[in-house]
Design a protein. Structure first.
Length: 75
């Protein structure tokens, strides 16, 4: 909702580059899915995420998945 009602303020607070056409279009929810799922190949979160600013550091490292490796198909 902030991206709609306070667009300029949000972009300024997060230091989003104004001359590159970025917009605040969504809210990302974090959680774990239910049912069968696998670990996708991804870069470490601290390399692709920021906290409090567009170009700020995340503030912590997550170098491996937060769950154990799969033991095989679910029974």
């Amino acid at each position: 909702m902030l991206g709609i009602f306070a667009k300029d303020e949000v972009l300024e607070i997060l230091a989003v580059p104004r001359d590159e056409g970025w917009i605040n279009a969504c809210c990302v929810s974090f959680g774990y899915p239910t049912g069968r799922w696998g670990v996708a190949g991804r870069r470490p979160v601290h390399e692709v995420a920021a906290r409090n600013r567009w170009d700020g550091p995340l503030g912590f490292d997550v170098r491996s998945p937060l769950w154990p490796p799969a033991a095989g198909p679910a029974a």
